[in-house]
Design a protein. Sequence first.
Length: 77
Amino acid sequence: MRSLSTFTCHKRDNGCGFGLLDAKQRRDQEAYYEFLMFAEVLQGQLLYYEKTLDKLEIPRPYFPSIRERLIQDDYDS
């Protein structure tokens, strides 16, 4: 089972990361930005979740923090 935190990773074998990489390689700008928008929403949810855990002094059940692996638009690079 994959966690939400791994789903937003940029690696080829993970959810949105695979979608972003695949769309970029195919030069499918529309698909790329759809995946990016979806990933950014998930990323925002994870950031909120981590802030809540920090406030409650509960350790994260995954590493590294989403703050250390933020998704960025690199379509043109």
